[in-house]
Every structure is written in C-alpha cells, then in structure tokens.
Design a protein around this ligand. Structure first.
Ligand SMILES: C[S@@+](CC[C@H](N)C(=O)[O-])C[C@H]1O[C@@H](n2cnc3c(N)ncnc32)[C@H](O)[C@@H]1O
Length: 295
C-alpha cells in the first residue's frame, strides 16, 4: 500500500477558509486530496468544490482512493492553476475560498512514476515534469543550457553557492549524466566537504531544476493574480509555501494588495506548523501559511 501524503496545516487552513456549507471553494493543488476531502465533507449539496492539479497521476490516485466520495458538486480538473480562469468560467458563482498548497506531495517524491523528483531516487531519469505533457525535462535543460545560464539557474532558483562549479562539471560530463544518481554523485564530488551539511548537497540543484522545468514561480504569480480577481467579496485566499522563493512572491503580492486597500491580511504573523505537527510529519517543517480576505 502506497503511503498517502499527510496534509500540512490542515486544521489551520480549514479554520482560515471559514467554510460555509453552501459555498464555492477551489483547491488549486489537489495532490492526494487531503485538503480537498475535508473541504468537501463540510459542504452540503448546494456547495461546490473544484480541485485542480497539473499531475494526471495525482488525479487518477484521488479518483480511485476517494471513489466513494466522488459527487456532482466535486469537480476535479487537470490544469495548471495559472489557468484557473478557464477552469472557473463555467461556474455562475464566485469562489468563497481558494487554497494553494505548493510544491510536490510526498507521494510524488516517493512514487514519481519514473520522473526523478527526489534526489533520493537514484535510478530514475532526470525528468521532473509534474505535467508530463510539458515539453522540456530536467535532462533537456542540462543539455541545452550553456554553462553560464545553468550557473544562473542554480544561483537564482537554488541559491546554490557552488553554482558555477556544478554547472561546469555538468557540461563537461553531460554524456554520462542520465539519472538522479549520476547528478547527485557529481554534486557530491564538486561541492567541498565542508559545505556538505546534514542535508543532501544536491537539494538546491534539484529545487532549481524542478522550479524551471515546471515554471513554478511564474505560475504562482499568475495563479495568485487570477485567483484574487475571481474571489468573492469576503472570500479568502490561503497559500502554503515551502521555500523562500515561493514565500517571497506570496508575501509581496499580498502586501501590495493590502497597501492598495483591496484586502485584509488575516495572518499578521505567519502561520507555521506546531512542534507536534513537525514531529509527526517532518515534511511540514518549512511550511508557511499566509491568508488574505478580499474586501
Ligand atoms: C503539496 S501537494 C498538495 C497536497 C494536498 N494538499 C494534500 O493534502 O494531499 C501539491 C500538488 O500541487 C500540484 N501542483 C503544483 N504546482 C501546480 C500548478 N502550478 N498547477 C496545478 N497543480 C500544481 C502538484 O502536482 C501536487 O500534486
């Protein structure tokens, strides 16, 4: 039996969404359905839930795992949330709450369907596409980008101190780099031992490649703007981010909306998981929840 993703900051998110039983809610990041199912349970037949994910494997999993919960008021759509406008156009009502729980689910990391999301899946190919219909894989990037651009990519999206050394080694050895293990071993060799903390030194390189392959930061910016536009008055937008590049975008966008008087910021202090949640689900450790309410 596969291990299911444990939803992060679940009770906090549900509280902030302030669910009305006949309201309309959008979960932009269905994943294993942990947040969606709890939203659905709080709705009556007049309420609607639209769940979006760009990974068809996630959708297939949820449709099977929660087959007894599938209902006419729960729509599941394969799409990037940056195209939320085309997902909502058939609804005659505005959403009362929208959730984004960013990044990957733990099941995607552990059972990636051979996409090599995690630096721990040694034998998997360097693919990293959440939506397998996207054109460019991580390996393609390593091949086509010149050393200078690869360095910039690792610096900008991984904040990797040894970006240039790693990029140089990749270009030199590109014909021998096919799998996750090929890349992690190269990084181990190139990054000085003193820089190799308890965390895997490939972590930042993998983060950078994944962000670019899936165009994650631009999708986030567009997704936030469109979500806010569609939100009902008094509707709430909840975003859970897992690293500083994502969180900076959310924070800046929310602050701009506050300054222009369009929203109220409900999380003056960032909401982070309790020690107890981190102990029972270490993957939640870096989670940050920010919430706004449209005026
Ligand atoms: C952290 S998981 C969500 C977990 C979910 N809340 C749960 O409790 O099971 C993030 C999910 O969002 C999806 N995702 C990430 N970025 C996306 C985007 N731009 N558009 C649509 N889905 C996205 C991923 O494929 C993944 O399934």
């Amino acid at each position: 039996m596969e291990k299911i993703h444990i939803p992060v900051l679940l009770s906090e998110t549900l509280n902030y969404l302030n669910i009305k039983d006949d309201g309309f809610y959008i979960d932009c990041t269905l994943g294993d359905g942990g947040h969606s199912i709890e939203i659905l349970k709080r709705l009556n037949p007049k309420g609607n839930l639209l769940s979006i994910d760009q990974d068809q494997y996630a959708i297939d999993f949820v449709k099977l795992f929660y087959k007894d919960f599938l209902a006419t008021n729960w729509e599941i759509v394969k799409s990037n949330f940056s195209k939320i406008d085309s997902c909502v156009e058939k609804y005659s009502r505005k959403p009362d709450g929208i959730l984004m729980d960013l990044g990957l689910s733990s099941r995607q990391l552990e059972n990636s369907h051979n996409r090599g999301f995690s630096y721990q899946q040694d034998s998997e190919p360097l693919d990293m596409r959440m939506d397998t219909q996207l054109g460019v894989s991580a390996k393609d990037l390593l091949i086509v980008l010149p050393e200078k651009e690869l360095t910039a990519l690792f610096l900008r999206y991984g904040e990797e101190k040894y970006a240039n050394k790693i990029a140089k080694a990749i270009k030199k050895e590109i014909t021998n780099i096919n799998t996750v293990g090929d890349l992690t071993r190269l990084v181990y060799r190139v990054v000085p031992a003193a820089h190799q903390s308890s965390k895997n030194p490939s972590r930042r390189v993998f983060q950078a490649l994944r962000i670019v392959v899936n165009d994650e930061l631009d999708s986030l910016q567009t997704g936030l703007e469109k979500s806010f536009k569609f939100l009902n008055s008094k509707g709430r937008l909840c975003v859970i981010s897992f690293h500083s590049l994502e969180d900076r975008i959310v924070k800046k966008y929310f602050n701009n909306l506050v300054e222009s008087g369009q929203v109220q910021l409900l999380t003056k202090e960032i909401i982070a998981p309790t020690d107890q949640e981190v102990r029972s689900n270490p993957r939640s450790a870096s989670a940050k929840l920010r919430v706004i309410e449209k005026i």
